[in-house]
Ligand binder design. Structure first.
Ligand code: FES
Length: 165
């Protein structure tokens, strides 16, 4: 092909390679769009799966008879496995809340402090809201793992599932 009929960019960059005409810019742009759409769909799927599995770890399990946990007291148990320390607290007003006892900072065991009405971690003075498990002070960055509980007709407190952090 004579230089006078080549496009200007080809005259400036006269290098060629085998198969350079097999993928046009339009096709390449189409691949980019499809790949981007695939990544976006994957991100949405992962986010959806993460939110749906927020409370689905563990199977229903009896904890203790509800009358054994009067207002302002706590009861220690293991959930969802015998290796997972957990605590259920009856707050002022009678509401029950249960959490993993594992501090979200470095894993020390938290305890119920009736005077402060909070969950406290003795290792670095971490403190958590006893209603929500949210961090109220100290170095932890994440809330305590929450355990759904209910009192059933048999008068027992049941753990229903643990939030997976
Ligand atoms: S391990 Fe609980 S505050 Fe550090």
């Amino acid at each position: 092909m004579a230089d006078d009929i080549l496009p200007k960019w080809r005259q400036d960059f006269p290098l060629t390679s085998d198969g350079e005409d097999e993928v046009t810019r339009r096709e390449f742009a189409r691949y980019l769009v499809l790949a981007s759409a695939g990544f976006a769909a994957g991100s949405v799927a992962v986010a959806t799966w993460t939110s749906l599995r927020s409370i689905n770890h563990g199977v229903p399990q009896q904890i203790v008879v509800a009358s054994a946990v009067p207002e302002g007291t706590a009861f220690l148990f293991r959930y969802p496995t015998p290796l997972d320390p957990a605590i259920v607290v009856r707050l002022a007003g009678g509401e029950l809340r249960a959490f993993s006892q594992q501090c979200t900072h470095l894993g020390c065991v938290v305890y119920w402090d009736r005077e402060r009405a909070q969950m406290l971690c003795p290792c670095h003075d971490g403190a958590f809201d006893a209603h929500t498990g949210a961090v109220t002070s100290g170095p932890p960055q994440r809330p305590l793992g929450r355990i759904d509980v209910e009192v059933r007709a048999d008068g027992m407190i049941w753990a229903l599932g643990r939030e997976v952090a």
